[in-house]
Ligand binder design. Sequence first.
Ligand code: ATP
Ligand code: MG
Length: 415
Amino acid sequence: MSQLQTVRGTRDLFQDANQRHRFIETTASRVVELYGFEEIQTPILEPAGLFKRGLGDTSDIVSKQMYLFKDLGGDELVLRPEGTAGVARAFIQEGMSQLTPLKLFYRGPMFRYERPQKGRYRQFHQFGVELLGVEKPQADLEVLACGYRILKELGVLGSITLHLNTIGDEASRAAYRDKLVGYLNTRKSELSQDSLWRLENNPLRILDSKDPGDKNVVASAPKLSDSLTPEAKAFFDAVLIGLKALEIPFIIDDNLVRGLDYYCHTVFEFTTDALGSQNAVLAGGRYDGLIKDLGGPQTPGVGWAFGIDRLAELLPDLPASPEPIAIVPLGDEAEQAAILLSEKLRSAGLKTDIGYSGNLAKRMKRADKIGARAAVIIGSNELTAGVAQVKWLKTGTQESIALSELSNRLLDTDN
Ligand code: ATP
Ligand code: MG
């Protein structure tokens, strides 16, 4: 029988990765709470229709990346590929439109069937925010400032650049689509197979194609910025002025369009040059039509999500976790006492380890192996005298300490 393994593109995460994930989530939660975001948890399982309607049939996610299946009752379900649609569904389902402006954040696993490689997994983790019910560019600025602050606090800004664009309002895009399609039709023979399909179904997507032939065609394409309505232009200008005032550096990228139907106006990506081709770490934009498209009341929104796994790979080394105290009991009586003593030390906030078995030498070896700061040795003589022998493992010195003094002495990390 072949050995059971993780599903392709999924991973077991161990201590180091989990510490990084936890550090990222704790930092991000603290920062978003400074902005007034509150946590929402939506189910991992959602009805397939949510993403088909919300993200659009021609998006990469819906057309080729969804974990889509029928459950035993015959319902079409997906393992959620992203977080925004679920938040929008909850907003509609719970009738939350009275609560706007509403700020929500979420975190958790997402699932996309794509080619696994470094920084790209089939189960990965996102942390995201959604600011609902605000039409003004101030909302875009606030979510951008919030994302920027998280990256700054995580110490990763050094390798990161904010790329920004506007895809305008409906009217801007309609006008642009005609111009773009007219142009692309004159250079059809140079387009990739994928882009020929996009030309029929979602021509704007050709702008951010990675194919070299497509890129060459796109280089001479009409610019979306020349088709903006005055309102759309004013909206984007307000975002840019705000970013300058906030001293958040950015690059305008004419060809950034993002892959999902729900976006309008501001779209952005914080990218890194430190992770090879998997370079997007935090991405998002405005989605004024999404909630209405899903059957809810017209409600503008803007948000982003970052990939926790990718950020974890960028993160500088974390501060070392506290070194444990090793309890080394000798003899049956001391073994019993060791449990109580360990609990007492843990109550004082000391990370405490009991080796469970072996003679003195074996237990001292384990204390070394786990990087213990001190070994607390107790035998029946010590118990009778109400003391422990403490060996400070960095210096190798040993002293006898009264049990009543023990936690205080061990808390003093100068030793
Ligand atoms: P990419 O261009 O890398 O495919 P995307 O545009 O599909 O990214 P979004 O849908 O905007 O990504 O998701 C937000 C963030 O989630 C990304 O910037 C990235 O950090 C992370 N992410 C997306 N897909 C994956 C994946 N398969 N594995 C790991 N992280 C991912
Ligand atoms: Mg993708």
